[in-house]
Write a protein that binds this ligand. Sequence first.
Ligand code: NAI
Length: 269
Amino acid sequence: MSDTTPGRLTKLSRSVAGKRVIVTGAASGMGRATAHLFADEGARVAVVDLQPERVLAVTDEIRDVHGADAAIDVVCDVADHDSLKALVATVVDRFGGIDVVVNNAGISLVNSAFQDEDTYEANWARTLDVNLTAHSRLIRLALPYLREADGGGRVVNIASTESIVVTAGLAAYAATKAGVVGLTKSLAVELGRHGVNVNCICPGPINTGMTSGIDDEAKQLYAKRRVPLRRYGDPEEVAQMTLSLCLPAASFLNGAIIPVDGGMSIRHT
Ligand code: NAI
């Protein structure tokens, strides 16, 4: 090999071992799978949710496998600004910093134009607080720590295919998910130079708590009609993409909006 021949490859790491990770909405569904996956890969995880018993259950599941230091339980309503401040303070106190934020907590309240005014207003406001404002606030609060993260900080925002194709009666949900895409792009452009990569995943239909009210037959019918892979996805399949976006080796990925939807969003007929 001559002196001018470049080396075969650099040594970009595919390990998140030791990373300090916040996962919101981690008591159920994709958040739970994400918390487990990061812990399985050697990260330390803050399991964040507003359901105290389930937060503790998921945290204990992780600790049982990986030891007491692998996870902390944080009960937090992400819609409450002070609770988010307390969350960041707790994580920094226990882990010494923050390397990764996964903004996953979300709700899908019915929000139809024909609802009575009080219900419409309440559902609109709550959905915006939980699904969009919380994402923006948590990134800002974690920013001083993400900037200090070894190899750069990472943010993964969970939006939805509802940011692209929508369902009647979910106005606020669709608005917030499109908002998360916009937030991701704006912060990716602003924070990239400060060592923080911001990316977004748009899951399609996934078997989680959010879709547990839909009966199996209706799910199968929908999937066969709409999803090229002809099925709902599993939470783990989204968690794997979230993890991939946070690998040190994914260092040049910034501002990406990635569907994990079995091909649903690009299907025409
Ligand atoms: P899930 O209902 O199983 O889990 C959501 C978790 O968020 C729950 O544990 C819930 O307690 C928590 N949460 C809700 N409001 C909260 C708050 N104010 N503070 C803290 N935690 C809160 O649902 P899933 O499906 O795992 O949802 C995760 C994300 O994926 C959400 O942002 C959702 O919009 C999104 N998504 C879900 C899809 C699906 O088909 N299940 C499709 C596309 C996106």
